[in-house]
Write a protein that binds this ligand. Structure first.
Ligand code: SF4
Length: 433
């Protein structure tokens, strides 16, 4: 398990949707101990909040994909009015995302949201920020205070901007921006502390992955509030994924980060799926559903593995509830090793698939039956685990790896050499293409 930085803990939710805790490890204000909560995954709806039916459908689609918390934008009064109908139908805690208009935050609190996201950088009147803090305090709601690279720099007062840009952190690549982010955050938090309000999560976002790492690392040293991680405006999934994972995994590996949102210019369900996959990969969340391992294929490939892997992935997502390890391998080179380590696995050879369950060979089938056989075995294995007759990750058999010298050859040659079973009732001709 990776280390986790101890933080204060915030809690959002209610008895109907349940409670999501963020951060932890430091004593609560009443002195009671808190344990770090699992890193939660957030996303944000992409449609209009005032379109109640669609907004509820999108929230619950994100919840079904695994989102722990969903945020909605409330730019207009009709959006906060809609929240009264949305919140009671949502399956997860709802955060109202407020910019510019403090009234939206007050209306969202009245409408029953579970948390407010505030950017004090675009609410210049501090008395308005104080009103929001007091409203949240009265209802026991936490607030996320966000500093975004795009909205922290003073744009109206050029002299002030120059002064800010020349501040500390000059030795860092993003020294000026980092200095502004920290200074702004300190200024914002002083407003909260003056109101004796501490149920605060912090975020510091940029589209630059390196700046996000630098800023969040610095913030983690200076403040003990839970951190919401994200690379903002990361772009479409194809590039945004790399940008986000680069920053977030660097931070999570250092124990920094208590909740995250991966943001794409795409269907937000992908944000949830990729956020969860990141946490599964780092061992920060217990996987729900199968863990699919597949080889990238190469010139030794013996079946149409790309199609097979996609079909297996889709079916596993629908049918498998347990975090079983499933391996789909293209040939005998790495096939046996992965099959030995996986709960259910197949490796291909000569247009056939040899299927294993926890290291025991259970089938040798032609290519068109690999998918069905593999899934049958996964379902049978799942039932056995649920009946207590098998355990996930239990190795029962050692598969002797094939001789590596003989591996740089086709499966036909391996079958001919007796290293891989030949299908009963079939003939084998070496050299036939
Ligand atoms: S398992 Fe076989 S086909 Fe897949 S990448 Fe490795 S050598 Fe190539």
């Amino acid at each position: 398990m990776l280390p986790r930085r101890p933080t204060r803990q915030i809690t959002l939710g209610d008895d109907r949707v349940g409670y999501v805790r963020i951060g932890g490890g430091k004593p609560a204000r009443d002195g009671s101990p808190t344990a770090p909560a699992p890193v939660s995954v957030q996303s944000m709806t992409s449609g209009y909040t005032h379109d109640v039916e669609r907004c509820v459908a999108e929230i619950n689609r994100l919840a079904a994909a695994g989102a722990d918390v969903v945020r909605v934008a409330v730019p207009e009064k009709k959006d906060t009015d809609a929240l009264r109908h949305i919140v009671p139908q949502a399956r997860v805690p709802i955060v109202a995302d407020v910019h510019f208009h403090f009234q939206r935050a007050l209306e969202a609190v009245d409408a029953g949201v579970h948390k407010i996201r505030l950017n004090p950088g675009n609410i210049s009147d501090r008395s308005q920020v104080r009103d929001v803090i007091q409203a949240c305090k009265a209802r026991g709601l936490p607030i996320r205070v966000g500093v975004n690279e795009g909205s922290i720099i003073e744009r109206r007062d050029k002299q002030k901007r120059q002064k800010e840009l020349g501040a500390v952190f000059g030795d860092r690549k993003h020294g000026s921006l980092l200095a502004i982010m920290i200074a702004k955050l300190e200024e914002y938090l002083d407003v909260f502390y003056a109101e004796d309000f501490h149920d605060v999560a912090i975020s510091a976002k940029s589209m630059d992955a390196a700046l996000v790492v630098d800023a969040c690392t610095e913030i983690a040293h200076r403040f003990d509030h839970p951190l919401h991680l994200g690379v903002t405006h990361a772009g479409p999934r194809e590039t945004g994924c790399i940008r986000s994972i680069a920053a977030l995994s660097a931070l999570l590996c250092k124990g920094v980060g208590d909740t995250l949102r991966i943001s794409y210019a795409s269907d937000p369900v992908y944000e949830v799926e990729d956020g969860l996959e990141l946490l599964y990969a780092l061992g920060l969340r217990e996987r729900k559903g199968a863990d699919l391992i597949a080889c990238p294929t190469c010139g030794r490939i013996q079946v149409d593995l790309f199609t097979l892997v996609q079909d297996v992935r889709r079916q596993l997502a629908e049918k498998i509830r347990l975090p079983m390890k499933v391996a789909v391998m293209g040939c005998v080179v790495n096939g046996p090793g992965e099959c030995e380590g996986a709960d259910v696995a197949v490796f291909a050879g000569d247009r056939r698939g040899i299927v294993y369950v926890q290291g025991r060979k259970v089938a040798n089938v032609p290519e068109d039956r690999i998918l069905g056989t593999l899934l049958d075995e996964c379902l049978k294995f799942q039932s056995r685990v649920e009946r207590g007759e098998a355990r996930l990750g239990q190795k029962t058999v050692d598969i002797t790896p094939p001789d590596p010298i003989g591996d740089a050859s086709t499966a036909r040659e391996k079958i001919a050499a007796g290293k891989v079973d030949q299908a009963p009732g079939t003939s084998l001709t070496i050299g036939k293409s």
